[in-house]
Design a protein around this ligand. Structure first.
Ligand code: SF4
Length: 414
C-alpha cells in the first residue's frame, strides 16, 4: 500500500513553489499525497527561517506535529526548508523528528503538485540572491543566485498555458537578478517578453519582488504596454535614509528611489506600488525614523508591509552597534502601520464608483471574493463581489465598486 504523505508549507510563496515541486517528485516516486496532514503516514514540514517570527511559527508547527505523532496519528515527521538548513543541530533538540533535510531548491525537471489553488500559480525563475543586504540570511541559506535557463522557464510557462491558469506569478528572491549569474546581465525583460508570447491563454502575469537597483526602462515599458501584465510593482525599498541604506548594504539611494518611483508612476498610470520596510534597524535615530515616516506620507504606497528588524546570527548587521530595544522597534513599526492605515483607506476610497477587472478567488454560499490587478495573492486585499450571475474561482469579471473597507473593496459584478 502506498504511504500517505502530507505537506505543511510555511513562509513565502517561494517556499510554496519548492514544496509543490518536492511533492511532485515524491508523487512520481509512488507516495500518495493527502491534504489532511493529521491523517498522513509521513508529515513533511517545509519551514521558513527568514526572521524570528518565521522561526517561531516553524517550531510551533513542528511541536504540534510531534503531539500528533505521540497520539499515534502520524508515523513519521520530516522537516525540510530554511530552518532545517540553517540550524543543523536541531535534531538534538527535537529527537521526535525522524529526519531533517535542507531546502528542496530549484527544480529544473518536475512539474508541481498544486498546493496553490488551480487558477493561479507561481513560476520561480531563480533561486538564491545576488545581493548581500547586511540584515538578510537568505544568501547564506539559499546560496548564490542561480537562474533557470530560459528554455526551462519557457517550458514551464507553456505548461501553465496549457492549464489555462488565470494568473501566473513570476517569483524569485529578486527577479531583476535573473540572468546575472549566467549571462552577466539582467535578462528579466527578455525572458518576460518570451513568457508573454508563450502564454496567450494565461489571464494575468504578475512580477513579484523587483529590486529598485535593476529596474530598467525596457522592463517598465513592457509592463506598461501589455494588458495581461499586472500594473503592480513590488519594490522592497526597506528604508529611505541614505546612512541606513548604506548600513543595510543596499545600493539604492534616497534620490534614486524617489526618482524611480516618479518614473514608474509616469510610465505606468494607475500602477499599484507595493513596498516593504524595516523598522528599528541598528542605530536608526529618531530623526532617521521620522525621515522614513515623511517618505511614506509623501509617496503614499498603495500597498505596504513593514517588519521590525530581526537580529540574525551570521549576518553583518548582527554585529552592528546600536541594536535597538524590542519595545522601540515595535513602537516604530506601530507608527508606520498606523500611518499606512490612513493611506490605505485613502487609496481604497479612490476606487469608489470605478470599474475594476476582478479575478474570482472563492465562492461561498453564493457570495464571492476576488482580487484586482492591484492585489497579489495571499498578501494584499480582497474584493467582495455580489453577482446575479454564477461565477467560479478563476473567472474574470468586471466589477463596479460600491463600497470601500480599510484594506478591501466591495462591488457588484457587471
Ligand atoms: S535582496 Fe537583500 S533582502 Fe532580498 S533576499 Fe537578497 S539579500 Fe535578502
Amino acid at each position: 500500500m502506498k504511504q500517505k504523505l502530507g505537506m505543511l508549507s510555511l513562509g513565502c510563496p517561494r517556499n510554496l513553489v519548492d514544496a509543490e515541486s518536492l511533492l511532485a517528485r515524491l508523487k512520481n516516486k509512488g507516495y500518495s499525497i493527502t491534504e489532511d496532514i493529521s491523517g498522513a503516514d509521513i508529515a513533511l514540514v517545509n519551514t521558513c527561517a527568514f526572521i524570528d517570527e518565521a522561526k517561531r511559527e516553524s517550531v510551533e508547527a513542528i511541536l504540534e506535529l510531534i503531539e500528533l505523532k505521540k497520539e499515534g496519528k502520524l508515523k513519521k515527521i520530516v522537516v525540510c526548508g530554511c530552518l532545517a538548513q540553517r540550524y543543523r543541530h536541531l535534531n538534538r533538540h527535537l529527537p521526535e523528528v525522524d529526519a531533517f533535510v535542507g531546502s528542496p531548491g530549484l527544480d529544473r525537471r518536475t512539474g508541481r503538485f498544486p498546493l496553490t489553488p488551480r487558477h493561479y500559480a507561481y513560476l520561480k525563475i531563480c533561486e538564491g540572491c545576488v545581493n548581500s543586504c547586511s540584515y538578510c540570511v537568505i544568501p547564506r541559506i539559499k546560496g548564490k543566485l542561480v537562474s533557470l535557463d530560459e528554455e526551462t522557464v519557457i517550458r514551464k510557462a507553456r505548461c501553465f498555458n496549457r492549464q489555462k491558469i488565470s494568473e501566473l506569478n513570476i517569483i524569485g528572491q529578486d527577479i531583476t537578478g535573473f540572468g546575472l549569474d549566467s549571462c552577466g546581465e539582467s535578462r528579466l525583460s527578455g525572458v518576460l517578453r518570451k513568457i508573454i508570447r508563450n502564454t496567450p491563454d494565461v489571464g494575468w502575469i504578475r512580477l513579484l519582488y523587483l529590486n529598485p537597483e535593476r529596474i530598467s526602462d525596457d522592463l517598465l515599458d513592457l509592463i506598461s504596454s501589455h494588458e495581461r501584465v499586472c500594473k503592480y510593482i513590488d519594490l522592497p525599498v526597506q528604508h529611505i535614509n541614505d546612512r541606513i541604506l548604506r548600513l543595510m548594504n543596499r545600493k539604492a539611494t534616497k534620490k534614486g528611489i524617489i526618482s524611480l518611483i516618479e518614473k514608474i508612476r509616469k510610465k505606468i498610470p494607475g500602477v499599484c506600488l507595493r513596498t516593504s520596510l524595516i523598522a528599528g534597524f541598528p542605530s536608526e535615530t529618531d530623526k532617521e525614523f521620522k525621515e522614513l515616516l515623511g517618505f511614506i506620507k509623501e509617496i503614499k504606497f498603495e500597498r505596504l508591509g513593514a517588519f521590525t528588524y530581526s537580529r540574525e546570527e551570521g549576518t553583518p548587521a548582527y554585529n552592528l552597534k546600536g541594536q535597538l530595544s524590542r519595545r522601540l522597534k515595535e513602537e516604530r513599526l506601530g507608527a508606520i502601520m498606523e500611518l499606512q492605515q490612513g493611506i490605505a483607506a485613502q487609496v481604497n476610497a479612490g476606487f469608489l464608483n470605478k470599474r475594476l477587472r476582478v479575478l474570482i478567488e472563492d465562492e461561498q454560499d453564493g457570495s464571492y471574493t476576488g482580487r484586482s490587478q492591484a492585489d497579489a495573492p495571499e498578501v494584499d486585499g480582497l474584493v467582495y463581489v455580489n453577482s446575479a450571475r454564477r461565477l467560479k474561482p478563476g473567472d474574470f469579471t468586471d466589477v463596479m465598486v460600491t463600497d470601500t473597507l480599510e484594506y478591501d473593496l466591495v462591488g457588484e459584478a457587471i
